[in-house]
Design a protein around this ligand. Structure first.
Ligand code: SF4
Length: 157
């Protein structure tokens, strides 16, 4: 089904920049997804690329990060912990990135987001707690869901 408004504008959707082919990942690589590109084209959506970690001011490449405790919702509540491999707390910077993404979502009239699964920022159903893959959302995803956005991952397509 085409998602075009009466005035011909495509519906905007926030999309993790790495899924669109931008080299925004911690390792300086991309995760370009053919399925995502086909989905956006097939649904006639206008992708608004976002990388919460870059928007928060983190460099690329950067240290790998993961949850030490809790999940994205817990971090927003000041309870969980995201840390870098060297043990530095990433809570504040991840919350800043989430807030930047929310602002961009509002400015671009998005109500939906398509985000990269398993990232501590963008994960939708799964995150890493240490080396373990566990159910949970990333920090940006948690904030978008709290604010009423419909969020899916590339693995939901
Ligand atoms: S923070 Fe999100 S958009 Fe940025 S590289 Fe990680 S998964 Fe991709």
């Amino acid at each position: 089904m085409s998602r075009e408004s009466a005035n011909g504008h495509k519906e905007p959707i926030l999309v993790s920049a790495c899924l669109l082919g931008l080299a925004t990942r911690y390792d300086g690589k991309t995760k370009r997804s053919k399925a995502v590109m086909e989905y956006l084209q097939g649904e006639n959506l206008l992708p608004i690329p976002i990388c919460p970690e870059q928007l928060a001011g983190m460099p690329t490449p950067r240290e790998k990060t993961f949850f030490k405790s809790g999940n994205g919702l817990d971090v927003l509540a000041g309870e969980g912990h995201v840390v870098s491999e060297s043990g530095e707390s990433m809570n504040d910077i991840f919350c800043r990135g989430a807030s930047m993404v929310l602002q961009i979502g509002h400015l671009s009239n998005c109500r939906r987001a398509l985000l990269k699964e398993r990232s501590p920022s963008c994960g939708v159903h799964l995150i890493y707690r240490g080396e373990a893959r566990v159910p949970g959302t990333g920090v940006t995803t948690a904030l978008l869901i709290e604010e009423g956005f419909e969020v899916v991952s590339e693995e939901d397509l």
